[in-house]
Design a protein around this ligand. Structure first.
Ligand code: ATP
Length: 598
């Protein structure tokens, strides 16, 4: 309940002040006083006067009435209508489903501003028009959320149980299904209200919303823009009010969702993370915690997202294996965590916490100190990662010297530590004189030279033959056990995962589709892609079954479930993007996993 307190108090104060505006001793917000134009401060106008001499405080408070009324009314209309449509579509399927989902698709085809222009042209600007436009714009979001949730809820045993009791459909929908989908709908409502406040301001700013002289925050920003250089605070006040309101609303709705959900859903920080990623440290600091990581690459054909909304954590002494076919975004995710993305790529959103400190917003010198020190990386191809014109020993020494003064013969003892026979002689060898397995051991020696607490190994055994592969994996497991080192192991091989992984995250087309303990995921895979990957592993009597098709390219993700075009279980419902569902400590991104498991 304490989580409700602060955001609730802020929202209550804003709403109360807006509601009580007519009773407060304020100036008339539309009366002009050109003599006091752009006054910074007056005894009866603590926030000054605007370009027409109108009182800024009064306009802020009256503006809140317009902005909040529009946002709340429009979002509520969208929430009620959208939830009803999604509920009916998901429950009855057939024609209601077609009308709800295709109708939502059609609405989503219109760019918001274009739709607003169209409606304003037809209906004329004004508050009523604005509410209508915003309600239409937010309707598809509610339809899709309610629809996806209903599909998931209707497969639950408790819904079947109520049906078996002979309860009428209306009662099942209102008393059993609706309370269970209320959480996501509430979150959607919080987002819609916050977004509607912003969009109302935007549309009013463009002259498509609230009609002057009625004050609204958008109108105030529009007016302040013209006098920005003489009176910058005129722009500041509506912007600050807008930001505080949106933040408080988001936090309030998320806390409300938690308070209403007896199962104790995710904490409100998730929403704050979305609004201001990286602001809060992780609750129980893991060694590495990645939250909502999205990577973008600018290509000639447009911006692509090879990694999207990726979250995982690694504890000290544990290994998280990331598996998936080529092109699923594993390496890009690892490079983003290390801060080694190629120039064309950038982290678009998310946060990366290492030992309680946020990395993505840390200055580059601090990140450089960590790389090769507390966190190290081993790459796939040991030949191209070793400098051909330096001897092995010199390269290992260099890796140590990047962080501290190397002790005498330290390089040799490191080579011996990673199982290289006759290390003193090997230290004088050139990279091309060593076998692939030896070179990979050298790379590992360089990575562990400064006793990292986290090792990211990107397909460290792919280039090696099976026996050498096993030896390298044993070495990594030993290092992890001895030093309590956490490890992120990226691999194509499920055999490798089974051998060294504690947890596994299965990636497909930039997203995690399933995550959980290796034992659980391998013995009871829930996502069809995980099952398909497991079936593709040759196994004694059974023939390996390849997965038909290939991972789609980042510029051509399917609109719904990204695996659907290759999935033998795909149905019409898979046109809706599946959320990442958390069940019993496992994560699954599939709308049909329960049906498939049944
Ligand atoms: N510099 C780049 N420019 C454009 N696209 C890129 C670039 N680097 C990677 N990609 C694309 O990003 C996607 C993810 O690549 P990534 O290397 O992370 O996949 P992966 O799962 O690690 O594959 P692999 O197992 O083959 O290494 C791929 O579709 C790839 O084509």
């Amino acid at each position: 309940m304490r989580r409700l307190l602060w955001p609730g108090a802020v929202v209550a104060v804003i709403v109360l002040v807006a509601v009580l505006a007519p009773l407060l001793p304020l100036h008339d917000p539309v009366v002009q006083d050109v003599g006091n134009r752009l006054a910074r401060w007056l005894p009866d106008s603590p926030l000054g006067r605007d370009e027409f001499g109108r009182d800024v405080l009064s306009r802020l408070i009256w503006g809140a009435r317009a902005s909040l009324t529009v946002a709340f009314v429009a979002s509520l209309i969208a929430a009620v209508a959208g939830t009803a449509l999604g509920l009916l579509g998901g429950w009855f399927r057939g024609l209601p489903e077609f009308l709800a989902i295709r109708g939502a698709d059609v609405l989503l085809c219109f760019p918001p501003i274009l739709l607003a222009l169209l409606v304003v042209t037809l209906m004329g600007p004004g508050t009523g028009t604005l509410i209508f436009v915003l309600a239409i714009l937010y309707l598809p979001g509610f339809i899709r959320v309610a629809y996806a949730e209903v599909l998931s809820a209707r497969a639950q045993d408790y819904v079947e149980a109520v049906r078996a009791l002979g309860a009428p459909t209306g009662r099942i929908l209102l008393r059993t299904v609706l309370p269970n989908i209320a959480g996501p709908v509430l979150v959607q409502l919080s987002l819609a209200v916050a977004a509607a406040v912003v969009l109302e301001s935007g549309l009013s700013f463009l002259g498509l919303g609230v009609v002057p002289p009625t004050p609204s925050w958008g109108q105030m920003i529009r007016g302040a823009r013209a006098t920005m250089e003489q009176a910058p605070t005129l722009l500041l006040w509506p912007c600050v009010t807008l930001t505080v309101t949106i933040l408080a609303m988001n936090l309030l709705c998320d806390a409300l969702r938690d308070a209403l959900d007896p199962r104790g859903a995710a904490p409100p920080r998730r929403l704050l993370d979305r609004v201001l990623p990286g602001l809060l440290p992780p609750t129980a600091p893991a060694l590495l915690e990645v939250r909502g990581l999205t990577v973008e690459i600018a290509t000639p054909a447009g911006v692509i997202r090879p990694v999207e909304d990726l979250s995982f954590s690694v504890a000290a002494g544990r290994t998280l294996a990331i598996v998936g076919e080529s092109g699923s975004g594993k390496s890009m995710a690892a490079l983003a965590v290390m801060g080694l993305l190629p120039p064309a790529a950038r982290v678009a959103s998310g946060s990366v916490w290492f030992e309680g400190g946020e990395l993505l917003r840390a200055p580059e010198p601090a990140r450089r100190r960590l790389r090769g020190g507390a966190m190290a990386m081993v790459f796939q191809d040991p030949m191209s990662s070793l400098n051909p014109v330096y001897r092995i020993g010199a390269q290992v020494t260099e890796a140590i010297a990047a962080h501290r003064t190397p002790a005498r013969d330290e390089a040799v003892s490191l080579l011996s530590r990673v199982g290289i026979a006759d290390p003193a002689r090997r230290a004088r060898a050139w990279p091309h004189e060593l076998s692939g397995g030896m070179r990979q051991r050298v790379m590992i020696a360089m990575a562990i030279a400064n006793r990292p607490r986290l090792l990211i190994a990107d397909e460290p055994t792919t280039a090696l033959d099976v026996t050498v592969q096993a030896a390298i994996l044993d070495l990594l497991a030993d290092l992890r056990r001895e030093g309590g080192m956490g490890m992120v192991l990226i691999t194509h091989s499920l055999g490798v995962v089974a051998e060294v992984g504690d947890e596994v995250a299965v990636m497909y087309a930039a997203q995690i589709v399933e995550r959980g303990s290796v034992a659980e995921v391998f013995s009871r895979p829930r996502h069809p892609y995980t099952s398909a990957l497991l079936a593709a592993v040759p196994d004694g009597e059974r023939e390996a079954e390849g997965i038909p098709g290939t991972v789609p390219r980042p510029d051509s993700w399917p609109p719904g479930c990204r695996f659907a075009p290759r999935c033998t279980h795909a149905r019409a419902i898979c046109d809706t993007p599946p959320p990442l569902e958390v069940v019993d400590g496992r994560e699954i991104r599939c709308l049909r996993w329960r049906e498939i498991a049944a």
